[in-house]
Design a protein. Structure first.
Lengths: 484, 246
């Protein structure tokens, strides 16, 4: 068969070629169109001619396997794939705009802007990890943004799908990836830990806020290996005004041992979304690197990263959920709140990496919705926070696992659902409402949450009361059984 | 076309019936049987008759070491397997024994090869335990995908154009595309005597158009299968292991 020549105007499997958009080391990108698809499209064609790096072929095969499996707004939609027998390609949705690479001349960015970017990437990573995929090449040029603001991750040639064969696993003796962003465990051949992506996110956030790459740009194996024992300069040493909460996040992402990083991307997104609630540790204030004695211990007798068994991504994520509990602080709810604490305590006891968000809804009147917080409102807000923390104190949770949130809303169920969506809550625990006036008018909050939430919801009721004698049930209008 | 592939049925009627039902529910249009229809289990007649029926309707079948041992004393086996084979020999009719002995060791269909164990020397019944074993089998043929069984533990190996091997333990129910750019060896788990720690019966579906393979696990009535083994005086360890998949 004659070799297919890619050029503007050429046709392949119904796709018509437009301009060449990008020529990279591994592949070229072409703008293409097909009559039945209105979305702008890109065709990615690997460089596989004689003498090219075999990595180009294998990483393209990985993309061919993984891209069609991916779903959602944080990845480009995949329209078609073609195989190596004729002409290898993938056709994906073209995301308009430039990658984060275009921002490199603006570094360092203001802290708030960098936080917002990192939050979007963490949210996208969380979505990707839930699909059993670890990206393994998070860096500025792998991140785009939709016009609506969400981060889109591209380039899955080095990715690992936890439920598909890993063609890169045994292909190359040296780890493949982008040296400045590569997690230390990758240098030891570990490819199944989603927390490797959090390390890369930490490198990106460090770079975007300081203008300096934490581990330099060395591409030699020896240069890369230093990160197995040598910690980076704390950002506060470079920039005295660096916010402690931001350093806490950055250095936690950059922990050498993945166990000390955030357990999941969702949990890192949660902290990025609530910087005022971050529990600051010694990391936050650090102004120097670890002393040489520590570094030497890590290097020569530490075995900090010991060989581990294979981990299933899904199992790891499932063991580290974000649980939200909705607490009613109005009078007469204490028994139910005790029951909620028992249920939440059981969940947290079995999941040491779970974190808990305690929610309370400060109900606004419909008429007063536009008022700004006056002193009284503010006091009420603070008072509720104190009550939430007090409710949680018998759980004896480490502060880094606990946050309290007072949501102000007209519709409590709507506020809880919105919080759960925005913060990727995995499990909501809520009490079944008492038979109160607003519930009978508006419907039960717990029922609405249980019906409409996209995560697991546990509805907690008070223990059974004394059973009434048979045949003598109270008349229907006298019952106080919560309706769910 | 959707293929359903079964390996190492081992006269386990309950497991095979459950897999056939699941395969039909999954839209199987063609059946492929990868050998070892008898041995260990207590329903050899029903199993062989069922396979003969499938073959009459167009299914493909190859011969395994236990099927060979029914009519040949040259096969060396452990004591339990030997006891089960001697018992089986007495249960099967002459046409059933002839059917087993006349099955081919390999079958090729399009770019797919069906064989019970290592394809480099099918009559030696070598296990595929590692990527190196899989490489030996793949090098020996030109098939794009080889399907085999014999080891009772599911695995999926691939070989790149540069000869590099990958190995993978498939996840039940997940469709894996067998990319055309490399060659694949799909080792099926066992229908009738799983040994990977999961007692559920194992088979596979393969879509010849999308080139996707799906390893499937099916719960079946282990109690009855085990009771039949005991009632027929076969070694009780053969019944016990069905409960734990070892």
């Amino acid at each position: 068969m004659a070799k297919f020549v890619v050029q503007p105007g050429a046709e392949l499997d119904g796709f018509t070629f437009g301009e060449c958009v990008h020529r990279g080391g591994m592949a070229t990108l072409w703008s293409v169109s097909r009559a039945d698809i209105t979305a702008p499209l890109l065709m990615k064609i690997p460089r596989v001619s004689e003498g090219e790096d075999p990595a180009a072929i294998v990483s393209f095969e990985m993309e061919q396997m993984i891209l069609p499996k991916l779903k959602g707004i944080h990845v480009p939609h995949c329209y078609a794939t073609g195989d190596f027998a004729h002409q290898a390609y993938v056709v994906i949705e073209r995301i308009p705009g430039a990658t984060l690479y275009s921002r490199l001349s603006d570094l360092p960015l203001p802290y708030g802007e960098a936080r917002a970017i990192a939050l979007k990437i963490a949210t996208a990573l969380s979505d990707l990890h839930r699909q059993n995929v670890i990206h393994h090449d998070i860096k500025p040029s792998s991140v785009l943004f939709r016009p609506s603001g969400e981060a889109v991750l591209i380039d899955f040639g080095l990715s690992h799908h936890n439920q598909l064969p890993d063609l890169l696993q045994e292909e190359f003796r040296v780890p493949y990836g982008t040296a400045p962003y590569m997690a230390p465990e990758r240098l030891l051949g570990v490819r199944d830990d989603p927390r490797s992506d959090l390390f890369s996110l930490g490198v990106l956030l460090y770079f975007f806020t300081t203008g300096v790459r934490p581990f330099g740009e060395s591409e030699t194996m020896a240069g890369m290996r230093r990160r197995l024992w040598r910690d980076p300069y704390p950002p506060r040493q470079l920039k005295p005004d660096y916010p402690p909460w931001l350093q806490e996040i950055v250095l936690r992402c950059l922990e050498i041992d993945p166990v000390w990083r955030y357990p999941t991307a969702s949990q890192s997104a949660f902290e990025l979304a609530h910087p005022d609630q971050i529990k600051l540790t010694a990391r936050a204030e650090r102004t120097r690197r670890d002393p040489l004695s520590t570094v030497w211990r890590r290097r020569f007798n530490g075995n900090l990263i010991e060989p581990r068994g294979k981990s299933a991504v899904a199992t790891q994520l499932a063991a580290s959920p974000i649980v939200a509990v909705a607490i009613d602080v109005t009078e007469g709810s204490s028994e139910l709140n005790d029951a909620l604490r028992v249920t939440v305590g059981r969940i947290l006891k079995t999941l040491p990496s779970a974190r808990l968000a305690c929610l309370n809804v400060l109900k606004l009147g419909r008429v007063t919705i536009d008022r700004t917080l006056d002193d009284e409102g503010n006091n009420k807000h603070v008072g509720r926070l104190v009550t939430l923390k007090h409710w949680a104190s018998p759980l004896k949770l480490d502060e880094s696992r606990l946050t309290a949130h007072v949501l102000e809303a007209v519709d409590p169920a709507g506020a809880i659902l919105e919080f759960a969506e925005a913060n990727q809550i995995d499990h909501i625990v809520i009490g079944a409402g008492q038979n109160s006036f607003p519930r009978s008018l508006l419907g039960s909050t717990s029922a609405k949450v249980a019906t409409e939430a996209s995560c697991t919801v546990t509805v907690v009721r008070l223990p059974r009361q004394a059973t009434p004698p048979r045949g003598r049930e109270p008349p229907p209008d006298d019952r106080s059984i919560p309706i769910l | 076309m959707r293929l359903a592939l079964f390996a190492d049925i081992h006269a386990n009627r309950q497991a095979f019936a459950a897999c056939l039902e699941a395969a039909r529910a999954n839209g199987a249009e063609r059946f492929v049987c990868l050998g070892d229809y008898v041995g260990y289990g207590a329903d050899p007649e029903w199993t062989v008759e069922t396979v003969m029926g499938l073959v009459e309707q167009g299914a493909l079948a190859v011969r395994g070491n236990h099927d060979t041992a029914v009519s040949s004393s040259a096969e060396s086996m452990n004591a339990e397997a030997q006891a089960a084979i001697e018992w089986t020999r007495g249960r099967l009719s002459a046409p059933e024994r002839r059917f087993l002995s006349e099955l081919p060791l390999t079958r090729q269909e399009d770019d797919r090869l069906y064989v019970h164990s290592d394809a480099s020397q099918p009559a030696r019944w070598r296990y595929i335990r590692s990527a190196a074993d899989a490489g030996r089998s793949l090098i020996a043929t030109d098939a794009h995908v080889t399907f085999c069984g014999h080891i009772h533990r599911p695995a999926l190996y691939s070989m790149s154009v540069t000869g590099k091997m990958t190995s993978f333990i498939p996840i039940s129910g997940v469709r894996v595309p067998l990319l055309p750019g490399r060659r694949w060896l799909a080792v099926l788990g066992s229908v009738g005597q799983p040994r990977d720690g999961d007692p559920a019966a194992c088979f596979a579906m393969f879509d010849t158009v999308s080139r996707e393979i799906t390893y499937c696990r099916v719960a079946y009535d282990v109690d009855t299968a085990a009771a039949c083994i005991r009632e027929n005086g076969l070694p009780s360890s053969l019944a016990d292991r069905l409960f734990v998949g070892r």
